[in-house]
Design a protein around this ligand. Sequence first.
Ligand code: DX5
Ligand code: ZN
Length: 239
Amino acid sequence: MSQERSYRIAPSILSADFARLGEEVRAVIDAGADFIHFDVMDNHYVPNLTFGPMICQAVKPYCKKADGTPVPLDVHLMVEPVDELAASFAKAGADYITFHPEATRHVDRTIQLIRSLGCKPGLVFNPATPLNWLEHTLKQIDIVMLMSVNPGFGGQSFIEGTLSKLGYARSLIDVQLAMGGRPVLLEVDGGVKIDNIRQIAEAGADTFVAGSAIFGKPDYAAVVTQLRAELALAGSAAA
Ligand code: DX5
Ligand code: ZN
């Protein structure tokens, strides 16, 4: 029997209108976003270049609901090396900071650095990156993110092999929780749409990055509502 799982939708601003970023963040939060996913690309670790800590700082004041409740900034670092930029984003207002373990020389030290700066650390796994890094890090992190596309661009198609990888990550997280360990979010990033989010949730994810599924559409609230409706159906198949 699958226990009741809470779900989070994290729109990726990579697909937003960069000329109106503050308005876009406010609009997608008004539409029901739980996190704001902030894709940092350095044109070194990935073949694309996006935005730095100053943009994060500029966006931060918009990251709150109408009643003032803060909306976490979920910063995804597709950068190499990691430490210096992780510190800059921590100072710029990041709440979660996830990074690719291959992109830093000392993974445990980078995790500790992010936590020491008051942020929640997490690891990001590319489609071909195995999860064995988690054997020595799962107790220290707050979020695991699986890439369901190869990082660098929005609008790509979901890689189906991610579903079984999600199941394995979910089992590791649930065992840790059952043994009284730290709860860990399981985020999926890339190619998440209305027509596959239910299947992805049933595979074990609880937090969903969605960029092109939301931004560019005429009615953000309608899309978020449809995504949530699909999530509400998840589990009925898995039960
Ligand atoms: C890709 C980014 C993803 C991407 C998701 O490197 O990490 O967050 O923006 O975009 P969609 O949802 O359009 O695949
Ligand atoms: Zn991302």
